[in-house]
Design a protein around this ligand. Structure first.
Ligand SMILES: Cc1cc2nc3c(=O)[nH]c(=O)nc-3n(C[C@H](O)[C@H](O)[C@H](O)COP(=O)(O)O)c2cc1C
Length: 264
């Protein structure tokens, strides 16, 4: 197959950056590549006639609920090749095993999976731009190498089945989601906010909306926050906090690039 579809989900941009590096590498090998955000894509419409790649971030040792829902919603296939890439700060126990199981159950052919360490966005307390830059460079290199190995048929999809399944449970748990929603909330500092509206445009769930009276962003209690931290990461006036006010913001790429990819 010469055509590749890459599906991505990203909060602070790490996974988007890696997805773009994979795309570039595939294009350089004359593959036809399209990228789609998982944000608003109906997974049942994923094509089973192309090679599909999934590039997402690790969340609570597993995956963000939005990503689990997407993978569980994939259509059945007859041996469609798929590969999987996640970005993380340090460790994920509950990703590769359950993801491979979903692919196999739905009839896909798992070609390979890789985890790429990128700068932490997980309630960051220390800023070290030099270290982050180095991590990003290494991550991109690892993604390019993986892509080349994928084309050579040299990648593997390793997993530790039972352990991996157990480790995935917290990120799939409705109770954990509920607790996160109650205790890790989005707050907006109206003194810093310049009402640009970007946070409401990029929120993947619609938890953040514009208050029509004041034009400031506000949270919608009826729609869950999935703690992707996209709003906090890309707020140029640092007016948004998710969780503790002491957490630092981090983004892997400029807002322009995130907006461009989200609009596709
Ligand atoms: C709520 C939350 C939970 C996270 N959980 C983990 C984790 O269990 N293990 C880990 O290594 N990184 C964890 N991270 C860090 C991210 O996976 C990592 O920074 C990732 O590269 C972010 O990618 P993104 O910018 O594409 O969203 C977590 C981040 C957030 C926001």
């Amino acid at each position: 197959m010469n055509e590749y579809h890459l599906y991505w989900f990203s909060g602070s941009g790490n996974s988007l950056l890696i997805c773009k590096a994979i795309k570039e590498e595939l294009v350089s090998k004359e593959k036809e590549v399209s990228m789609f955000t998982m944000d608003k894509f109906d997974p049942s419409q994923v094509s089973t006639e192309v090679v599909n790649g999934f590039v997402v971030s690790v969340y609570e040792q597993g995956l963000n609920p939005l990503v689990w829902d997407f993978l569980y919603g994939l259509p059945k296939s007859n041996n469609t090749p798929v590969f999987f890439v996640d970005t993380l700060m340090a460790y994920s126990g509950g990703v590769k095993g359950p993801v491979k199981k979903i692919f196999k159950k739905k009839g896909y052919k798992p070609l390979g999976a890789i985890e790429i360490i990128m700068p932490n966005n997980y309630f960051k307390r220390k800023d070290n731009k030099e270290k982050d830059k180095l991590k990003i460079e290494r991550g991109i290199l690892k993604a390019r190498k993986f892509t080349n190995n994928l084309l050579l048929g040299k990648t593997k999809f390793r997993d530790i089945p039972i352990y991996s399944y157990l480790m995935s449970l917290p990120s799939k748990s409705k109770l954990v989601s509920k607790l996160m929603n109650r205790y890790v909330t989005v707050s907006i500092n109206e003194e810093l906010c310049d009402k640009c509206g970007i946070c409401t445009m990029i929120c993947p769930t619609g938890h953040l909306i514009v208050n029509e009276d004041s034009n400031y962003p506000m949270t919608l209690k009826s729609v869950s926050c999935i703690q992707c931290l996209r709003c906090m990461s890309f707020c140029h006036s640092e007016a948004i906090k998710v969780g503790s006010k002491k957490n630092l913001t981090y983004k892997a790429l400029p807002i322009k690039e995130m907006l461009k990819e989200l609009k596709k």
